[in-house]
Write a protein that binds this ligand. Structure first.
Ligand code: HEC
Length: 163
């Protein structure tokens, strides 16, 4: 079995390359690389991310924070029992939800997912187009590190509900 060492070396090289790719993914803080990201099954484009960043700044940042950091002390309920706006970065739980649920929450409000639930999260269906909502959510997703992206991709793949 003479070729074995060469094959093993080749395998090690591939492994090293994969590790390097993972490491560079983990270091990416900004909204990229677009081609690895999908929203509702569609690849996310750089143009979409630019639109999403603008939509986010104009419509979401006031509550969810300019840096997606959420409202101060966001884990503590407000006096009226409602929840403050959570962060959309990896410290929050936006990445626990499938693409479909994120889209529905943003378009129709949390009540569309949890009927009767009182929330300060507005429904944006009358304010933003579907494309703008998708772009804002794609932008949010683009800021997540590899672990959160991977988790959320799995949740999305396992979500078989109807839009
Ligand atoms: C007026 C304040 C406000 C604005 C503006 C706002 N949100 Fe929210 N959002 C909230 C609050 C408060 C919650 C938490 C709701 C709850 O749990 O009751 C929330 C929750 C969410 C959630 C669910 C997060 C989770 O982990 O459960 C998503 C997704 C979301 N918002 C997306 C958006 C997007 C996208 C925009 C902009 C298009 C936006 N929000 C604008 C207040 C706001």
């Amino acid at each position: 079995m003479k070729p074995a060492p060469i094959l093993a070396a080749g395998g090690a090289l591939v492994a090293v390359a994969a590790l390097a790719a993972l490491a560079s993914l983990a270091q990416d803080a900004g909204p990229e690389p677009a081609e690895e990201l999908a929203f509702l099954g569609e690849p996310v484009t750089a143009e979409q991310l630019r639109l999403g960043q603008d939509v986010y700044a104009a419509n979401c940042a006031a509550c969810h924070g300019a840096d997606l950091e959420g409202q101060p002390d966001w884990r503590r309920r407000l006096e009226d029992g409602r929840a403050p706006a959570p962060p959309h970065d990896e410290s929050g739980h936006t990445w626990h939800h499938s693409d479909r649920n994120l889209f529905t929450i943003t378009k129709l409000g949390i009540g569309a997912i949890v009927p009767g639930y009182a929330s300060d999260m507005p429904a944006f269906g009358d304010v933003l187009s579907d494309a703008e909502i998708a772009a804002a959510l794609a932008y949010i997703k683009s800021t997540w590190p590899a672990r959160q992206r991977g988790f959320q991709a799995e949740v999305t793949a396992n979500d078989e509900g109807e839009l």
